[in-house]
Design a protein around this ligand. Sequence first.
Ligand code: TH1
Length: 811
Amino acid sequence: MTVETFSSDFIARLRHSRGVDLETASQNDLYSALAWTVRKNLIDRWLETKKTQAAQKAKVVAYLSAEYLLGAQLNNMLLASGLEQTARDAMASLGLDFDKLASVEVEPGLGNGGLGRLAACFVDSLATLDIPAIGYGIRYQHGIFRQTFVDGRQAEQPDNWLELGSPWELPHPEASVTVRFGGSVAHATSATGEDVATWTPSWEVEAVPYNYLVPGYGTANVNSLRLWSARATQSFDLQIFNSGDYEAAVRAQTFAENISQVLYPEDSTPQGKELRLQQQYFFVAASLRDMIEQVGTSLDALRTLPERVVFQLNDTHPVIAIPELMRLLVDEYSVAWDEAWDITRSVFNYTCHTLLPEALEVWPVELLGRLLPRHMEIIFRINDDFIAELREQRPHDELLVRRMSIIQEQPLRAVRMAHLATIGSTKVNGVAALHSELLKDKVLVDFSNLWPGKFTNVTNGVTPRRFVKLANPGLSSLIDEAIGTGWVKDLSELRQLEPLAEDAEFRARFRDVKYANKVRFAKVLQERDGIEVSPDAIFDVMVKRLHEYKRQMLKLLHVVSLYDRVLKGDFDPTTLTKRVVLFGAKAAPGYLMAKEIIALINAVGKTINSDPRLDGRLRIAFPANYNVTLAEKLIPAADVSEQISLAGKEASGTGNMKFALNGALTIGTLDGANVEIRELVGEDNFFLFGLTEPEVEQLQSAGYQSAKYYESNPALRGAIDLIASGAFSNGDRSAFERVVSDLLWHDRFLVLADFESYIEAQSTLESAYADQDAWSRAAVLNVARSGFFSSDRSIRDYLDRIWHAPAVPLR
Ligand code: TH1
């Protein structure tokens, strides 16, 4: 496509779809027309992909995820269509500023954090590897909330990403699927003696599919993401209209449409809200129906399901799919129970993303039974069969039965979704080597004893397209020049950079790129948040959801203890290496401790940033509303990546991978994928500190007392006392009492126990930074040795270990 045809397409779009011309167009008109012009260039490939995949009856990977944290679409679509320069030139030829137009896009924030972003990276890699795949999820009207700070405290505003419409989606209301809820179940016995269940639901909604293009990179393949939006059904309204109650009918519509209104903002600690279960069943039921209809609903076709589709359950959120498939097969298509169970077990696989007990979903039997009475019966029968089998294999072990049952009896009768997922799946995987081990040996140990072959690991990964190629054009060009462009599709090629770590000129150029990225980020931060940072400081970055286990408090105590020592005249601030500590973090709105910690970070920042004694050598920058768009600017600018969770708590982490790939050095614990990052980049190029997971276990079972660390470490005591003294709250000693007393008397995540080790690692880091050339060498090695963390590699592992779905390249 030439610049001229792009321009004329663009103008035509503007006129024919938006009804405006260049002179009268708004920024949104221009952005939409630009997006449409780009999309048009991918549609033929998309249609061709669908046709090819259908013709070959290829096995499809169906990724079921309640979250997709996609990030902005325009640049990624341009990259995939190879039209970046054309689009830029075309806009310039029309007197338009491309970057300004691109900034009109509101990113679809349909996820909370790592889990949702992982799903987005995975669909990108699936498309790039030519795997027939579809991502299924929910088109939330409101994605993750917009965070602001009011007097340093988090406030939440609804995210209205659809306010001006989205040019990237293709709605298909005519292909809607009805999803039913509630009511009751009647039973009869068939002529052949089988139980026949008839579910009479009491209400229903329509699931409207919205398709999104997922273009592969360096291939013609374009896959789909299908997100469902809830709408009231005709018949549902009609019933009420006919009864004459107009208001009730309108209310019913609102009720139905509620289902896809909002993403629940809890990351890792989901609340057991009824609407959440409705969301889960809503998208899963629609997706299964959609998939099965593609395969065919005759008995013969249904029997081929395991060859035609594999469903990957992204955590427990879509696990209601297991009883739903059983219901479809048994109740709707009259497949015998045992055969249906064999089919079901062979099409599902389950990824567990956490070890935190509070993150393991359980649904009260009362609630699940009321919302989905037939599913509750099916779950009971699955459980009965499972327990019978268990009693045969492990006789006289009723404690084991109680531990493994899908139904928990105490404190409330409830369905353990992780157990249902494990029992109903072929494979269960964790998301990093350490996590998969802990999953096997701790959380699901009884299941791994029973079925050792069921458990496997697939270490997470990130897409190099978005997080290196697009986010870090400077580094990308440098790599291209050094080793060619193949790394974007085969990230293991980064290894070829290793010898260049010894090349002083390359190191200098690498340093220049980092510096330019810091300048670029400083400008973004100034414009976006009015925050000033100097690119000459170390950019020390901790960005992730605010959670106690991730230990933003540990980072903060480091800063406060430095400040405390300066106040006490313990050391000369002019000897400090200039440092900006950058935080980005949203707290779940109901997570009070997390919100206190945010307020404290901002309070400390306010005080130290304006204290002339520090002479600007130590600053905190905490831009509000950290999101994918900001990450893409921040990560390439980072010098230091803070990955400091308590060992055994962070399942994997994926931010850690993005930083290493962009040449930041990690300071971290032996947790999640940090373990693998350190092994690969080399221990000299990673700042390790902290207790190991077995040490954590030991310390906790011996009876951990955090106050002892406070008593015995003066620097730690100084920092905590300074917070407690009201130094960051205008003398108000009660302001951060909750945080302080939690640290002293509970400290569930051993912040105080790891403090000393962390401070030591920080001082090692600071000395290392003083030798810029040696630092650059380590940074280059981080890049060169992090190719393993491509999500393409993760997807290949899923294919080899779990999915066994061949690629279907287009001709
Ligand atoms: C995250 C994990 O905390 C993180 O370690 C991991 O890298 C990421 O998933 C991808 O595997 C999780 N996010 C959630 C979100 C919810 C529930 C559980 C988890 S685990 C809502």
